[in-house]
Design a protein around this ligand. Structure first.
Ligand code: BG6
Length: 523
């Protein structure tokens, strides 16, 4: 198929519009709403993926009228919109925006919300389908759902549906996640709860399943017989910005591992599901999460590394230490970097380490899953100038580069046998153009059509917390003595390199990768 026909196919097959519905955003005055949710809804409207019978009610503490909310949207979309603005779409969308001020714990606010929902329903024909988006601080998730229940706003009866989208963090450890699940499930049923992880809104993450299961050539080698190990890097160059208050209580482990990184691992490692039905996919992901070998306290000392950035070395960039960031305790023991080695106890993966690392103030913004295959036998090259063979590495580039590359050895031109590492690469932009997506479009649309495949079930969230629980316990009990232990702008503390070096391996990204002759070639 040519590049252009592929492109046509993708625009034709974007899907049906969401059901008629009202989206109620709790916390509509916040950053998530203006930076992500509204631009995502706008993109859906521009792509005709919202029902014509759609409306939004923003609810927050701030005193504001609907007109002011609409004006605010007009300004915000200019700043945060990701597609070209179109006057018709903007006006259509604005007519569907409503706002009400209210305290999340106040029953009167919910009586008022019921009245407003009735009015909006009548005006826009939304068929009494509602979904409630919790874009608030996590302490409000359960109280809001309890109030919605008490006000009779969540029953999923007959023709109408009622759904709840819960943002992360879903709890701050296993116990609090379990409690939150219990609290929500006292009011609504599991199938009404959509626990969001925005990593699953990324095309490159969704593509992991397509890549693995729509191509016959990879699956046969996707196992312990051919794969040496897997490296997952989620690197950010930013520090904690204005989120010091939240971050200092959370730390990188809670912020990134039980959710985003375990999603990447479960999609990479899961067995083929029997269908793309929500529970078929989630059952397989869940099995992987449950198969991750629990770490003992001793394992935590050798398999998990934490770091915190200090001042940057580069005087031109002037990056301040984490402990000097706004709202951070000057004596903070919170980690801004994590590296871990995990094993998955099943037939496919026994003995294959999954190394992961993530952190703030690293040298590059880059997320990738690198699958390193076992080396070919060297025997044939014994009598040549080649000293060693490089492993093949398949890299799923998640962001900001979006694509897939496979590195392999090729003969370096010339009369003698020398090898160079070369890459076969696919970049999304070459085939599909660049997408205006915020990453939330697909997830919001899925909620509007009742497809929960890309959302977390209660058991998955709890399994994710179980994986990190021993690390949280040990790290809480043992205050780090060496913090800060990496300069802003470096690839984390040296212990992260030692974690792999002990196994005779190294992090792929710490080297420069180019198609140059391998250093292994003898001159
Ligand atoms: C969020 C974390 O969930 O994900 C942030 O709270 C992190 O700390 C962000 O920066 C990373 O998301 P993305 O899409 O930029 O990789």
């Amino acid at each position: 198929m040519s590049v252009s026909s592929l492109a046509e196919m993708t625009t034709e097959s974007v899907g049906r519009p969401g059901d008629p519905c009202v989206m109620v955003i709790f916390g509509a005055g916040g950053d998530l709403t203006r930076r992500k949710l509204m631009p995502a809804l706008y993109n859906l409207a521009a792509a005709n993926l919202l029902s014509r019978e759609f409306a939004v009610i923003g609810l927050a503490r701030e005193a504001m009228t609907t007109d002011q909310f609409r004006d605010k949207f007009r300004q915000d979309i200019k700043e945060f919109g990701t597609c070209a603005l179109n006057d018709d779409v903007t006006e259509w969308f604005i007519r569907r925006l409503y706002y009400m001020a209210g305290e999340f714990g106040d029953p009167k606010a919910y009586a008022q919300l019921r009245d407003l929902l009735d009015k909006v329903n009548k005006d826009h024909g939304c068929r009494e389908n509602y979904f409630y988006y919790m874009a608030t601080a996590p302490t409000f998730f359960a109280p809001i759902v309890q109030q919605l229940g008490a006000a009779g706003l969540v029953p999923n009866d007959g023709e109408q549906w009622r759904r709840i989208i819960v943002e992360k963090p879903f709890g701050r450890d296993l116990d609090s996640a379990r409690k939150l699940n219990r609290d929500l499930l006292q009011v609504v049923r599991e199938k009404q709860i959509y626990r969001i992880d925005h990593y699953l809104g990324k095309e490159t993450v969704q593509n992991i399943l397509a890549f693995r299961f729509a191509n016959g050539i990879f699956e046969p080698i996707w196992n312990r017989r051919y794969i040496d190990h897997v490296q997952i890097t989620v690197a950010e160059t930013v520090g904690v910005e204005q989120r010091g208050g939240y971050y200092d209580q959370s730390g990188t482990l809670r912020d990134m591992v039980p959710n985003h990184i375990l999603q990447l691992i479960s999609l990479t490692a899961m067995e083929p599901p029997i269908s793309f039905q929500a529970d078929a996919v989630r059952d397989e992901q869940s099995k992987i999460l449950h198969a991750i070998q629990p770490l003992s306290s001793e394992d935590v000392l050798t398999h998990a590394v934490r770091g915190q950035y200090g001042d940057g070395h580069d005087p031109e960039k002037r990056m301040a230490a984490y402990r000097s960031e706004p709202s951070v305790n000057p004596d903070s023991a919170t980690e801004t970097f994590v590296a871990m080695k995990l094993h998955i106890d099943n037939w496919r993966w026994a003995g294959v380490p999954f190394y992961l690392r993530t952190g703030k103030r690293l040298p590059q913004r880059h997320t990738e899953i690198a699958i390193q295959f076992r080396r070919a036998p060297f025997v044939l090259f014994r009598d040549t100038p080649v000293e060693s063979l490089s492993p093949n590495i398949l890299v799923l580039h998640i962001q900001p580069e979006e694509g897939i590359s496979l590195s392999f050895g090729a003969k370096f031109p010339g009369p003698i046998m020398r090898l160079g590492n070369v890459d076969m690469s696919f970049a999304y932009s070459d085939y599909f153009g660049s997408s205006p997506s915020t990453g939330y479009e697909r997830l919001l649309h899925d909620c509007m059509i009742g497809d929960a495949t890309l959302f977390q079930r209660a058991d998955m969230v709890e399994a994710g917390w179980s994986v990190v629980a021993p690390v949280l316990d040990v790290w809480t009990a043992l205050r780090p003595r060496t913090f800060p232990n990496y300069p802003a702008g470096a690839w984390g503390p040296k212990e992260a390199d030692e974690l792999l070096a002990r196994d005779g391996r190294k992090w792929r990204l710490n080297d420069n990768h180019t198609a140059k002759p391998a250093a292994a070639a003898k001159s």
